[in-house]
Write a protein that binds this ligand. Structure first.
Ligand code: FES
Length: 121
């Protein structure tokens, strides 16, 4: 696993989730109570972008249908999602945020619904 720079720390203030790309992988980068959490940007319910959601007391809220995902585990806390979102290792050093990715992550990560449909949106 290698760590890649995602953003400057100041780009993700507390209580905010934003979208970033690293090696074609779309990530949701959130900060809650000072800690940075990085997940896939795709909700496991119907692939809505989690970067369009909100940071809440319970976890990361998908704004489409209200699922909430635990920041640590990615497990859904509130339905309709039933599967966890993928969480990535995070480092924050010298005012920069880094994400840990496997070498083949770009080939295996992405929106599952689009894969099923065989489309390249
Ligand atoms: S797409 Fe996220 S809750 Fe439905």
């Amino acid at each position: 696993m290698e760590f890649y720079k995602v953003a400057r720390s100041g780009q993700v203030p507390d209580g905010v989730v934003r979208r970033f790309f690293v090696n074609d992988i779309e990530l949701a980068v959130a900060r809650w109570d000072g800690e940075v959490y990085i997940s896939s940007n795709y909700c496991t319910h119907l692939d809505c972008l989690l970067s369009s959601g909100h940071v809440t007391d319970e976890g990361l809220l998908c704004s489409c249908h209200g699922s909430v995902f635990d920041f640590e585990s990615g497990e859904p806390i509130l339905p309709p999602a039933t599967k966890p979102i993928k969480m990535y290792p995070v480092r924050e050093e010298n005012d920069e945020i880094f994400v840990g990715l496997e070498p083949d992550a770009a080939a295996t990560e992405g929106p599952k619904r689009r894969e099923r449909l065989g489309t390249d949106i």
